[in-house]
Design a protein around this ligand. Structure first.
Ligand SMILES: Nc1ncnc2c1ncn2[C@@H]1O[C@H](COP(=O)(O)OP(=O)(O)OP(=O)(O)O)[C@@H](O)[C@H]1O
Ligand SMILES: [Mg+2]
Length: 241
């Protein structure tokens, strides 16, 4: 049986005492790509941040490789193998690409930094010629690659991505999704939030639709794409789009 990497059970979380997300259940097995979609304000980022130990845990459990991580600090989650790319401000604009990547090694130095960097640059060859350039001078798509590249420098087994294709052109969007598939093929389990829901569900093994902090629909990516209610309420347009 494929091992369960992330098991979220009846999770409630928020920013103070008020729950923003409630009764959330997710289960990701090794090398699975799971996608969370839903309207603005649904609680998608809150869920991702909670898994990464960043806000107020109010109930339920989060298990990573069988161990509960609800009381573990973010800085200690990275050495366990979890890495995350936040929704915005995810690069240090005045630092070079190289320095941004270096920061990814601070919380959990890889076994061999040189190998980790080479492995990362093999995935993002576009960055190889830009290592000395300030990250703030890059295009949105290139910046997104730096952010994901930095997250990979700690050699995670679980990668949390919050809207990795936000604001990108269709060509870059395809490129980022293609890279996500390649990252998965290296053995990484991926949980991502996406506004480009239709395209994201096409590469998703499992899809979760969140609305008002709760599960609205769960299924394989293909099932959600074929579901009339999901299409009408959350994806817009007809089946062929
Ligand atoms: N730091 C914060 N403090 C208090 N409330 C917050 C904070 N961040 C988000 N919220 C609230 O939590 C709710 C869910 O926000 P969240 O960012 O999780 O939504 P989202 O689904 O990621 O939306 P989007 O698609 O716009 O990114 C919103 O009502 C928001 O106002
Ligand atoms: Mg968000």
């Amino acid at each position: 049986m494929t091992p369960v990497v992330l098991d979220v059970q009846h999770l409630s979380a928020g920013y103070g005492t008020q729950a923003i997300i409630e009764q959330i259940n997710l289960q990701l097995t090794e090398k699975e790509i799971a996608v969370i979609v839903g309207p603005n304000g649904a609680g998608k980022s809150t869920l991702l941040k909670q898994i990464f130990g960043l806000n107020q845990h109010l109930g339920g459990d989060i298990r990573f490789n069988g161990t509960s991580i609800v009381d573990i600090k973010t800085s200690a989650l990275v050495p366990l193998g979890i890495s995350a790319v936040p929704q915005s401000s995810n690069v240090f604009p005045t630092l070079t690409v190289s320095e941004n990547l270096e920061i990814g090694t601070y919380a959990s130095p890889p076994a061999d930094k040189k190998i980790a960097r080479e492995r990362m640059l093999a995935l993002f060859p576009d960055l190889a010629g830009k290592l000395g350039q300030a990250a703030g001078e890059l295009s949105g798509g290139q910046r997104q690659m730096v952010a994901i590249g930095r997250a990979l420098m700690s050699e995670p087994t679980l990668l949390l991505l919050d809207e990795p294709t936000a604001g990108l052109s269709p060509v870059y969007l395809e490129k980022i999704f293609d890279l996500i598939l390649q990252i998965r093929d290296t053995g990484v389990t991926i949980l991502m939030v996406e506004q480009n829901a239709r395209q994201a569900l096409r590469i998703a093994d499992t899809g979760y639709v969140l609305a008002n902090g709760r599960h609205a629909h769960t299924g394989t990516g293909a099932e959600l794409l074929a579901n009339d209610d999901v299409r009408r309420a959350f994806l817009g347009g007809s089946a062929g789009q």
